[in-house]
Design a protein around this ligand. Structure first.
Ligand code: BG6
Length: 490
């Protein structure tokens, strides 16, 4: 643990994100001894809560805490946590928070200038006013101050610019950490190493060898309980514009000069600038309907009955640079599908004909979750006396190869980075701008009802038109008899 005393304020402490992600991540870091030696955590929200109710919010989603050691760890963690209720739009509330921080700093911390990290687990309508209130009333002149914010960063190019602009006057870019939690995932972080640490892999990633790329996000549950929020955004703003375009930029970018945050993000911005806005003809959207005892999207009372909000979307985009010109990147994301899976699939071109007939294409597959893996589908000689081919694979399944290693949660990695002041895995303002530019015309067309949703059943693979849609961009489904097992653990 590093030695600068730190106060972490979790704003929105009574909300879902704080409960499910922020507090569990802080707890795990605490347990692993990775928080600064003297850390104090303050939960802040509007709700009035007594100590027990707050303790329940903090501990409700912790894992591996049922044995004695676990219980002890929880007790010690709760000792560094406290709760303060206050408004989001009142100086007085923030002044109260500030007084409490000053008290803690003088009573419990030995350094003159403890760091302050403000984690905003808040709905977007209060982002700006809270950022203002914090800057005005809780900014320490002596120490470093950081602000962590969560998407949505606007709804389109214009509103994102507005939001960035409003925050910019208050918090400097180096003080601002915009979370896209996909950037904290192990396999997403691995993309740079896999590509640039293995010349033979990166050398294959270009339009001479690659036929098409798919980046797929599938979730087996719908928007039950958050339909009201979701309806304003839809799957493209929820997943493609941020998580999948981050994955795309790391997969497609050129080699950065170094691993420094700015060098990496410069390259990500450069590659996204080469992507023209997605065209309406290259899009398929869908909305799930009731099936298998599960409710349809519109059965949620908070969703308007005439909603055209997509809960599924597939789209093809192109990277118009020397490396990738002509290769379709298909971004697919959907809720209420048949399985949970996030995967990158790079499908290579056909083997030159002549020697072989109907030999499957090579594929480089990176499974982000669940069961992290990288595997290369390749053709091999069928073992035996026959001169025949067989699809096989080079397989790096993490559970097998790194069975002893605990893979950290994305939020753990990111909070640690923010505490360390490392911006590499956070979204820079100009990254947001370029990615919104790619999606905005399409989003406006959908909002205006110009593109209609195809229905698909809860628990299915998505709209019926999906297979044809993907095939249009060149994807060839590998021989049905070849099934990659989901888990390869013996
Ligand atoms: C969030 C989306 O950003 O990512 C959610 O708002 C989605 O709709 C979630 O469920 C998926 O994250 P993960 O880490 O479970 O893949």
């Amino acid at each position: 643990a590093f030695d600068n005393d730190t106060i972490i304020v979790v704003l929105g402490a009574s909300g879902d994100l704080a409960k499910k992600k922020t507090f569990p991540a802080l707890f795990n870091l605490f347990r692993l001894g990775l928080l600064p030696k003297t850390t104090h955590i303050i939960g802040y929200a509007r709700t009035k809560m007594d100590r027990d109710t707050f303790a329940e919010k903090v501990t409700g989603h912790l894992k591996n805490v049922d044995d004695d050691k676990g219980k002890q760890d929880v007790d010690s963690f709760l000792k560094i946590c406290q709760y303060i209720s206050g408004q989001y739009d009142e100086d007085e509330s923030f002044q109260n928070l500030n007084k409490e921080m000053e008290r803690i700093e003088s009573e419990k911390m030995k350094h003159d200038a403890p760091s302050r990290l403000f984690y905003m687990a808040l709905p977007p309508n209060v982002f700006t006013v809270v950022a203002k209130g914090l800057k005005k009333n809780c900014y320490s002149d002596k120490a470093n101050n950081r602000i962590v914010i969560e998407k949505p960063f606007g709804k389109d190019l214009e509103s994102s610019r507005e939001m960035i602009g409003a925050l910019k006057g208050l918090w400097k870019e180096e003080e601002t950490f915009r979370i896209d939690h996909y950037l904290g995932k192990e396999m997403v972080k691995n993309l740079l190493i896999m590509r640039f640490g293995n010349p033979f892999i990166d050398a294959g990633l270009n339009n001479k060898l690659v036929d098409n790329v798919q980046i797929t996000f599938k979730e087996p549950f719908g928007t039950e309980g958050r339909g009201g929020y979701f309806d304003e955004f839809g799957i493209i703003r929820d997943i493609q514009q941020n998580h999948l375009s981050q994955v795309l930029s790391l997969l497609a970018m050129e080699r950065p000069k170094s691993f420094s945050a700015e060098d990496i993000r410069d390259e990500k911005v450069r590659v996204l600038k080469a992507v023209p806005a997605i065209q309406e003809k290259d899009v398929l959207i869908g909305q799930y309907t009731a099936a298998n005892g599960k409710p349809g999207y519109k059965d949620d009372d908070t969703v308007p009955k005439d909603s055209n909000c997509p809960t599924f979307a597939a789209m093809a985009l192109y990277v118009n640079n020397e490396r990738w010109k002509g290769v379709p990147f298909i971004l697919k994301a959907g809720k209420a599908l048949d399985e949970a899976k996030v995967v990158i699939r790079v499908q290579f071109k056909d083997t030159p004909q002549g020697l072989f007939k109907d030999i499957p294409r090579n594929e480089l597959v990176i499974r982000i979750q669940p069961d992290e893996a990288v595997y290369l589908k390749m053709n091999s000689k069928k073992p035996g006396l026959e001169m025949a081919t067989l699809p096989a694979d080079l397989d790096l399944t993490y559970k097998e190869r790194f069975s002893e290693v605990r893979i950290p949660e994305a939020y753990e990695a990111l909070i640690l980075d923010a505490l360390n002041g490392d911006h590499s895995n956070f979204v820079r303002d100009d990254e947001l701008d370029v990615s919104w530019a790619i999606f905005t015309p399409l989003l406006h067309a959908i909002d205006a009802g110009k593109i209609k949703n195809e229905p698909y059943e809860y628990g299915s693979r998505g709209p019926a038109a999906l297979n044809d849609f993907i095939a249009r961009y060149g994807y060839q489904r590998t021989n049905e008899s070849y099934e990659w097992p989901t888990t390869n653990v013996k």
